[in-house]
Design a binder for this molecule. Structure first.
Ligand SMILES: CC(C)(COP(=O)(O)OP(=O)(O)OC[C@H]1O[C@@H](n2cnc3c(N)ncnc32)[C@H](O)[C@@H]1OP(=O)(O)O)[C@@H](O)C(=O)NCCC(=O)NCCS
Length: 173
């Protein structure tokens, strides 16, 4: 995920592309097999920890400390108003937080933006991110939003497939 004031890392040549979706039209049904809860202020360190592990080796990898700063900035409204009703986390059967999706209303984009979506390595490729994203899009639509966007670093295949599968299309810039 590439945020408006991105954190520098070893992949400084990376290029982020804007993806966009008109709501409604989530592609596919919303799964009922995952249970989500709203993000709490104290979730920051856990989200930073799973982010450091999940992004490791990819174009957006960064230290846990960098992710903590980024998550704090998102929750604190520094990337636009934090949209708490559409931002969700998922907990494993043991109660540990293993996935998160954070949305802000970043004015320059003129619509809600997926500021972070992350799934713990061990929980990936089981549809958790798809279910999180479709659920959040449905909440945004119910709240009267008509569009949503995300900036995705080129080369992040899992992310591109996630957003494409949920009906997002890349914007020609
Ligand atoms: C991107 C990410 C959130 C996807 O989470 P997930 O729970 O594994 O995603 P899902 O299981 O819902 O799968 C979504 C799609 O991505 C594909 N996918 C997931 N992991 C993949 C991988 N490692 N390589 C290729 N495709 C992958 C799935 O096959 C699925 O595509 P399909 O519907 O065409 O079959 C997760 O890989 C992650 O946390 N990555 C690191 C953080 C990151 O890059 N976040 C996004 C920044 S924009």
């Amino acid at each position: 995920m590439s945020n408006p004031d991105r954190t520098s890392n070893v992949h400084d040549a990376r290029v982020a592309r804007m993806w966009h979706q008109h709501l409604p039209a989530p592609h596919g049904g919303v799964s009922n097999s995952h249970v989500f809860r709203p993000v709490r202020g104290q979730d920051g360190p856990a989200i930073a920890m799973i982010s450091q592990r999940a992004f490791l080796g990819g174009p957006d990898e960064a230290s846990e400390n960098d992710f903590l700063g980024k998550v704090s900035a998102i929750l604190g409204g520094r990337y636009g108003r934090f949209m708490d009703t559409a931002s969700l986390v998922h907990e494993s059967s043991s109660g540990a937080l293993d996935a998160a999706l954070l949305i802000t209303d970043y004015l320059p984009y003129a619509c809600p933006v997926i500021a972070l979506v992350v799934v713990e390595k061990a929980a990936q490729q089981r549809g958790v991110a798809t279910a999180l994203l479709l659920h959040s899009l449905a909440v945004l639509h119910q709240a009267g939003q008509s569009q949503c966007c995300a900036r995705i670093t080129q080369g992040n295949l899992a992310s591109e497939r996630l957003f494409q599968g949920c009906g997002f299309v890349p914007v020609l810039e």
